[in-house]
Write a protein that binds this ligand. Structure first.
Ligand code: PGA
Length: 247
């Protein structure tokens, strides 16, 4: 399968950044064997889709309803209509700051999949949970709860240990690979043989300097990149590392 590298701009960016980033991106060599996705804040989806060629559009969240009186919410159908292909669901910042539960994540993932989007369902343990050796249990439970009745076609899973997000402390390749292997086994138990083909990407302080070694791991199919995705050259280097060595 091709690599998958997704930029999560979170609540960063501006029209000026989009113009600068796209100009720099056009000057960099085109990449093959990797799908590159840019998830800007929702108001910038139109500007990003106009500014870039060769990049897929993604969103960072969607409502858990189809439509209605939900002031401030954005429906997955609207995101699909705007040209989104991917949607990040259940990021740890949404789980911790907005109290999103596994059940809500599963509803959103189902709605996104029904619109033909790729739901990128995020899971990951907190530092205290890892220090207590509970990471396998925590992530398995979160994963199964977040995937209840979610179809496996188009699904992507992102493993993002919370202690590695925005901290500069990336999981070691050994820690990441062990968890990706566990997620792969859980997906196969849940979906049968079809579960083997679900891309599992890693997120948490991915940088050009550590991307190559992470992508060298058998069960790491790509990355969800926060901070380093705001710089076109750094993000290109990460995407380029994901394309290297792909069949
Ligand atoms: P980071 O963020 O790369 O800045 O650690 C990753 C994420 O939160 O998706």
């Amino acid at each position: 399968m091709a690599g998958l590298v997704i930029a999560n701009w979170k609540m960063h960016g501006s029209l000026a950044l989009i113009a600068e980033f796209s100009q720099q991106w056009r000057g960099l060599p085109q990449l093959s064997k990797v799908d590159v996705v840019l998830c800007p804040p929702a108001p910038y989806l139109g500007a990003v889709s106009e500014a870039f060629e060769g990049l897929l559009l993604g969103a960072q969240n969607c409502a858990e309803q189809v439509e209605g009186a939900f002031t401030g919410e954005v429906a997955s159908q609207m995101l699909a209509e705007l040209g989104c292909h991917y949607i990040i669901i259940g990021h740890s910042e949404r789980r911790s700051l907005h109290g999103e539960t596994d059940a809500q994540v599963a509803i959103k993932a189902r709605l996104a999949a029904a619109e033909g989007l790729h739901p990128v369902v995020c899971v990951g343990e907190a530092l205290e949970q890892r220090e207590a050796g509970e990471q396998d249990e925590v992530v398995s439970e979160q994963l199964l709860g977040s995937l209840a009745h979610v179809p496996c076609d188009r699904l992507v899973v992102a493993y993002e240990p919370i202690w590695a997000i925005g901290t500069g402390h990336t999981a070691t390749p050994g820690q990441a690979e062990a968890m990706h292997g566990l997620i792969r086994r859980r997906l196969q138990e849940h979906y049968g043989a079809a579960g083997a083909g679900i891309p599992i990407i890693y997120g948490g302080s991915v940088k050009p300097e550590n991307a190559g070694v992470l992508f060298g791991c058998d069960n790491i199919d790509g990355a969800l990149v926060g901070g380093a995705s705001l710089d076109a050259k750094s993000f290109w280097q990460i995407a380029s590392a994901a394309s290297a060595g792909r069949a």
